[in-house]
Write a protein that binds this ligand. Structure first.
Ligand code: ANZ
Ligand code: ZN
Length: 804
């Protein structure tokens, strides 16, 4: 009798898998299956979220391999980004060295978990042989007019010394360091994702294998609004004010106008007037607020009159012009017509500043107070008013998206250099392809002061113009790291290609990713950017599909004591400690068993113990029976008990197969496996147990455990005398005949309460079933003093006896 020595078993099989490159993908003619988990940032230490994410992916990969697919299951590193740079500033460590060491450490930890990656395809976005192609793609975007430079006010964190995206500003503070965010007027690179807004929106409906909530988040993020642009005359001002409204039907209810405080006309309108000073104060005040705050319905509306009046083009009415915090400069036209009777924000503002409120639509949705448009429905008025404005040459129907172009310049060191050289004569010129990659210089200083660290390199900034050869200057910013992750799934397919980012043929063959798995925190940006890249690369002729990920699973968080595990809460459970104490198979089994993948998972020490005990129980069962099952025995006539256990074996096989291939209900699959193991324990104690059935049962148990607990399954497979790897065998199919029951269990109720169970022939008639229930000794004893009112039989399930 041997014990379950997980440490020895796991080490042994990890070595075997590594040596024979068990999970290397070679092109063959099996159907392909591409399973991908979002790659990690190499922080150096794995956490339970990683264990969960990657265990889910590993089950899918191993299962699909056993189902006969050629499975591509790669792993790599999202290796550029701030932490490396912050570590450099703090500890004087070099970001490259820091990152490479972290990658090494994390890879070791992944190997301890026994994930089935094809490590030959590993990519790290910070290595020149990867970012060369990121730069190449940037240039392709540039040549297509999809990368452009623009001056604008951007969120700036003075402590992180970089631009922040709107999502990174929380209550006016930097999400990372809590510093007060300011605005800076900078010239920056943008990618024109707005050109793809409509397609990105339309194609969401094609993503059948995506969670509805993620699709909705993407839709809202793109935020399409149909409305109209209308020009208003301004008194004593030579330009017209263009506004965007989704409700042109309400135009007769306009009682004031609002410009975003940063709107370019504001300065011009108040110049030299009594309003100038107050306006300047107000502008600098709102600049500290994020767009998210400013568009919140909770926002306390604030603003001021700026001394000008606009003329309503339909009514001819003169209305005052305000600036206010709730109007954003870069949405629509940065100016609105305010209709307090029908818009909540305008209503709050009008109440606060005592402005008129005029209703133009009554409760039945019919126009009022609108002159020639009275008595129309608001929908009719919408069309008629837009038509009239159009005839007047001052309005037209327009579509607006909330989606902004993607600001990609970062004033940071540890990122992909932007491959552009500025020439006084030729302007912004892309670096020639043969000169890629533009390598990150090493002689930089991390002072944490001033502009991009790349400016501190002696050599880097100067470069000849690729067009005319004259002295030029390199762009000193690096790219947003979301760019690196917008195409990595393509590089895995052809990771060593040094002629192009990837071969079109191979990518067309392997894509789409059949199953993508990752955290819901990436539900918007990463997925949207990857979809955008895919569409642009398609239009560049580099691939032939529209969407990168056909199925998406967003796994829930790992909680402890009801809260997300985090350093600050001090509730972290270290995966390495769990592996050390119980082994990787137990760690994997627990995260798969404790909750369905999409739900949050509550950490439980007893749960881990339970999984560990279960593996031990399987191990003992196999170990005890190994000699029994190694002999070849003939199948005799099956007894009742034989049939029962075969039913249990094959129905479990069926359930596990369906649970994995359907909605990835690993938890229910594992719990039915646990029941089967219990049944086997009982069965083996029978005097007339059938060795062939024991053998059949053990083989199936080991096989269907293999994707979940791959090390111990491999070991047990060997223990029962099998040659070769369990992970190379075919997933078994269940025996239909074993699922036909000779006998069924029928529940007997009295007045709806369960009072007993009967084993009856499977093909019994309803009448016989009811009769036998009434004749049963126990039941007849219970009802002998009562009067039977009714007997209700549900075939093959239950008999309910209603008595008085
Ligand atoms: C008049 C009106 C009347 C409006 C009404 C709404 C209701 P969505 O759906 O988000 O596109 N708006 C336009 N540009 C804005 C900006 N830069 N900052 C803040 N608000 C802005 O919303 C479009 C509506 O939001 C527009 O339609 C405009 O107010 C406002 F009963 O115009 B509406
Ligand atoms: Zn030049």
């Amino acid at each position: 009798m041997s014990n379950y020595n997980f440490a020895q078993i796991e080490k042994k099989w990890q070595k075997v898998w590594e040596e024979k490159k068990a999970f290397r993908v070679v092109e063959n003619d099996k159907p392909k299956y591409y399973v991908l988990e979002m790659f990690p940032y190499p922080s150096g230490k794995i956490h339970m979220g990683h264990v969960r994410n990657y265990s889910i992916g590993d089950v899918v990969a191993r299962f699909m391999k056993m189902r006969g697919y050629n499975v591509l299951h790669p792993m790599g590193w999202d290796a550029f980004g701030l932490p490396a740079e912050n570590a450099a500033i703090k500890n004087q460590a070099k970001p490259d060295k820091w990152t490479i060491e972290n990658i090494k450490d994390m890879k070791e930890q992944f190997k301890l978990l026994g994930f089935s990656y094809d490590w030959d395809r590993e990519v790290a976005t910070c290595l020149p042989d990867y970012y060369k192609w990121t730069q190449y793609l940037f240039i392709k975007f540039f040549e297509k007019g999809l990368a452009y430079k623009k001056r604008s006010f951007v969120n700036w964190c003075p402590s992180c010394e970089t631009v922040l995206a709107n999502e990174q500003v929380v209550s006016g503070l930097c999400e990372r360091c809590d510093s007060l965010v300011t605005k800076r007027d900078l010239e920056q690179w943008y990618l024109k994702i707005t050109d793809y807004a409509q397609e990105l929106l339309d194609d969401i409906d094609k993503l059948e294998g995506w969670p509805e909530k993620v699709k909705l988040m993407q839709k809202n993020w793109i935020g399409k609004s149909i409305g109209a642009e209308v020009e208003f005359e301004i008194e004593d001002f030579d330009k017209k004010l263009k506004i965007f409204t989704t409700r042109p039907d309400t135009i007769c209810g306009v009682t004031y106008m609002v410009l975003a405080p940063e709107h370019e006309y504001v300065k011009q309108m108040v110049k030299g007037t009594e309003y100038e000073e107050k306006v300047n104060e107000f502008v600098s005040k709102v600049q500290h607020m994020s767009e998210i705050e400013r568009s919140s319905t909770e926002l306390e509306k604030e603003g001021l009159f700026i001394g000008k009046y606009a003329i309503n083009p339909i009514t001819g009415k003169r209305v005052p012009i305000y600036i206010a915090n709730y109007v954003m400069v870069d949405y629509g036209t940065g100016a609105i017509m305010a209709v307090p009777a029908h818009d909540d924000r305008d209503y709050d503002f009008a109440k606060k500043y005592n402005l008129d409120i005029i209703e133009v639509i009554n409760e039945d949705g019919i126009m009022i107070n609108s002159g020639e448009f009275d008595n129309l429905t608001s929908q009719e008025a919408f069309d008629k008013i837009v038509q009239k404005l159009q005839e007047m040459g001052i309005g037209k129907k327009t579509v607006n998206y909330r989606l902004r172009d993607w600001l990609i310049s970062r004033q940071r060191y540890w990122g992909c250099p932007i491959p552009i050289i500025y020439c006084d004569d030729c302007g912004a010129v892309p670096v020639n392809e043969q000169d890629l990659p533009v390598v990150l210089p090493k002689d930089v200083m991390f002072t944490g002061k001033g502009q991009s660290p790349l400016a501190t390199s002696k050599e880097f900034a100067q470069a000849p113009c690729p067009k005319c050869g004259k002295k030029g200057r390199r762009d000193l910013d690096t790219m947003d790291t979301f760019i690196d992750s917008s195409w990595y799934f393509l590089r895995y397919i052809d990771p060593k290609n040094d002629k192009e980012p990837f071969s079109k043929e191979l990518v067309n063959k392997w894509m789409q990713v059949d199953q993508y798995i990752g955290g819901v925190e990436h539900a918007i940006l990463h997925l949207l950017y990857s979809r955008f890249f895919t569409k642009v690369l398609r239009d560049l002729g580099m691939l032939d599909f529209d969407e990168p990920f056909s199925n998406l699973l967003t796994q829930g968080m790992v909680l402890k004591d009801g809260a997300k595990m985090s350093k600050s809460k001090g509730n972290i459970v270290s995966p390495l400690e769990i592996i050390e104490k119980y082994g990787a198979d137990t760690a994997r089994l627990f995260v798969l068993f404790a909750a369905p993948p999409e739900r949050d998972l509550e950490w439980s020490d007893q749960g881990v113990e339970g999984c560990f005990r279960f593996i031990n129980r399987v191990y003992r069962l196999v170990d005890e029976l190994k000699n029994v099952v190694c002999v070849d025995s003939k199948t005799e006539e099956l007894s009742k008990e034989d049939k029962k256990i075969r039913y249990s074996i094959h129905s479990t096989l069926k359930k596990v197969t369906e649970d994995i291939s359907g909605r990835f209900n690993f938890n229910t699959a594992i719990s039915s496996l646990m029941e089967l193991v219990n049944d086997m324990y009982k069965y083996k104690e029978l005097e007339d147990r059938n060795p062939s059935i024991l053998k059949e049962g053990l083989e199936i148990i080991i096989t269907i455990l293999a994707p979940f607990v791959p090390h111990v399954a491999e070991e047990l497979w060997q223990i029962i005398g099998k040659q070769g790897s369990i992970h190379d065998i075919e997933w078994p199919s269940y025996d239909e005949t074993a699922l036909v029951k000779d006998e069924i269990e029928v529940v007997v109720q009295i007045n709806g309460k369960v009072k007993g169970k009967l084993n009856l022939p499977a093909d019994i008639s309803k009448e016989d079933m009811e009769k036998l229930a009434l004749q049963d000794d126990k039941i007849s004893e219970m009802i002998k003093e009562k009067q039977i009112v009714k007997v209700i039989g549900v075939p093959k399930k239950l008999v309910n006896i209603v008595v008085k």
